[in-house]
Design a protein around this ligand. Sequence first.
Ligand code: 6MZ
Length: 355
Amino acid sequence: MEDDVFYKELPKVELHAHLNGSVSVQSIEKLIQRKPELNIQQSMTAIGKGQRRTLDECFEVFKVIHKLVDSQEDILMVATDVINEFAADNVKYLELRSTPRAEKDTGLTKKNYVEAVIKAIQQCKEEGVDIDVRFLVAIDRRNGTEVAMETVKLAEEFMLSSGGLVVGIDLSGDPTVGRGRDLLPALEKARNSGLKLSLHMSEVPSQREESELLLNLPPDRIGHGTFLHPEMGGSQSLVDRVVDRNIPLEICLTSNVKGQTVSSYSQHHFKYWYQLGHPCAVCTDDKGVFCTELSQEYQLAASTFGLSRGAVWTLSERAVDCIFAGEDVKQQLKQKWTEIRPGLLKLPESKENLL
Ligand code: 6MZ
């Protein structure tokens, strides 16, 4: 079986996908046609092959996309497109995350925003799209204590009313802006009400103190964690705490390389954690902005770090253990993996591992 086919057909779990960063070229074109007056070109919303940007520049790109996606109708469209695109890449379970925004011009409220994402998830389900989708409500660290608290309240409301679709909170946003310390009360409240926590942590250097505070919560998963380990200026005690609590890392290879927080694929911290045997979920982060797909990220992980197909299979299967939905969903997914395996890995596992 050709490599491209193998990685496409590999069943996958996507746990770190920002909605507006995941919007594809096709959806961007539709949005540009809807809003020609904005004078936005597709090249302003994506970072192509071989291109690099500073992380600051990446955050400018999100601002452009936010201008294009500013109504309930837009959110419904992009969420539907993104879900279908992940399903076409054989992602069987997806946790989408997005920051609720209010827009005066279109009358969009934060509540409408969340409703639109939930509607997209429900409609895809009714249409029989083969993917289980959940939603993490995102806190943008830039906006401080009060907004974070409001966001958590919104998430709590929807956790109760969405039939299990809202499962947690994401802490994200430009890591050089805002203080994690200010957001602790909101994050604690979320955790106490049963929302799971996925927190961006040590995405840039010199956040040791903040990472220590956030690890005390503790989070259920870590986004990036690039600078946690001692070789990257973190510390052994941070690593020990992540390992002792078995907190999975969400690994986004292309995003980190294109955003230049990691100097090259081979220098990526995935290697450090994978060699420790620590749970790592390969993810896309922003598949639209960074022009990637989850199948491509798995392929990159394999080619960069010399993983056999058997090892890649195990990596995707273990990501199921990191999902925020309940035990029943995990079991259903494991069952799916078991059914798909013989068609994809034709050799016994022991031989496949030697390839
Ligand atoms: C931190 C990121 C991010 O929420 O409007 N976001 N936060 N680090 C990253 N690494 C590249 N990539 C995306 O999606 C876009 C938002 O997701 C967060 C930022 O807050 C960005 O504005 P939503 O759907």
